[in-house]
Design a protein around this ligand. Structure first.
Ligand SMILES: [Zn+2]
Length: 326
């Protein structure tokens, strides 16, 4: 099988993914912008023949509050701090009735838009934006995953790939996913600064190293070959696509060169390159972000023609890996 692949995965979460750190007031523009970002991404992906994986929070499938609450599991996560749980501190009372009234917590119409493009994959980012390394039990993780599968099933979506929220996971969580029929997951980049960590352990030094790694090759190219273990395939991240900011836009050329350099490194070795971000990262400065992405996709098209690099979803890569072996 061709392992020279270009993978894009998007952590699609709206406010559920940032609610412990941000509010409608502080981050609302980014979240509302997602309603323009998703159609524009779909249009761009069509134009460049890209098949993306949208790892979607389960709550976003709900059409209204009644449907959302219907799928909430009985075994709720008990984290080391209540702020991680959307079920604690009356948070659910702040969730509106439906997508029209509360576009920060609902995304059913956006999922429908993605599903109109069958080349893409709708995958899971857990039901409740579950944090695997903040003290909750494995049983509550499994209950959360089952809820995600049920609510996606109502739209006819079978979940086959997972992206773990905040990139937190352990081998036990991967085993639970495998038992639940998930065949692909996105591990973190292979470098000490990207090791899965809980919130407490994310030091300023590590954050700074990741930031600098955006512009200069500090940690390597992170090209990959998919690795199967007991029926589940690791399709690790190569690079986070950091969004446009006015302050750092003078360095955009270096950011682009860093990404292209790693894509070329992968293509020459017949390996994969996996780019990821969140749609809300693109929610402001939408034109600048889309323009930057288009430059990456133009380079992908070049690598497709020159080296036969192919854009594939996580699910497709996992299915091919399982069928043919590595
Ligand atoms: Zn997330």
């Amino acid at each position: 099988m061709n392992q020279n692949v270009f993978v894009i995965s998007l952590d699609f979460e709206l406010l559920w993914g940032v609610r412990d750190k941000r509010t409608r007031e502080s981050y609302g523009a980014n979240l509302l912008g997602v309603r323009q970002v998703i159609p524009r991404l779909l249009e761009l992906f069509d134009r460049y023949g890209v098949n993306a994986t949208f790892a979607t929070v389960g709550f976003l499938f709900a059409k209204n509050k009644e449907e959302l609450l219907e799928f909430v599991p009985t075994d709720l996560p008990r984290y080391s701090a209540d702020r991680y749980s959307p079920y604690a501190n009356g948070y659910m009372d702040t969730v509106g009735a439906n997508e029209e009234e509360d576009p920060y917590h609902y995304g059913s119409s956006l999922i429908d838009r993605i599903l109109e493009h069958p080349g893409h994959e709708v995958a899971t980012h857990t039901f409740s934006h579950f944090y695997c390394l903040e003290g909750a039990s494995i049983a509550s993780f499994e209950a959360d995953l089952a809820a995600a599968q049920k609510i996606a099933g109502r739209k006819g979506v079978e979940l086959k790939s997972i992206v773990f929220p905040r990139n937190q996971y352990s081998q036990a969580h991967i085993d639970s996913c495998r038992k639940a029929g998930i065949i692909a997951f996105r591990a973190n980049e292979q470098s000490a600064v990207y090791t899965p960590r809980n919130n407490e352990d994310q030091s300023k030094v590590i954050r700074a190293a990741r930031f600098l790694d955006t512009y200069a090759n500090l940690t390597g190219h992170h090209s990959f070959v998919p690795v199967e273990t007991d029926g589940i395939v690791n399709i690790p991240a190569s690079r986070f696509l950091r969004p446009h900011t006015e302050r750092f836009s003078p360095f955009d050329g270096r950011k682009l060169a860093r990404i292209r350099g790693s894509m070329l490194h992968a293509a020459k070795r017949k390996q994969g390159f996996h780019l990821w971000w969140h749609p809300h990262n693109f929610g402001i400065h939408i034109d600048e972000n889309i323009r930057f992405l288009e430059e990456i996709l133009q380079f992908y098209r070049h690598l497709h023609q020159e080296f036969g690099m192919q854009s594939k979803t996580m699910r497709t890569i996992a299915e091919e890996t399982l069928a043919h072996g590595v």
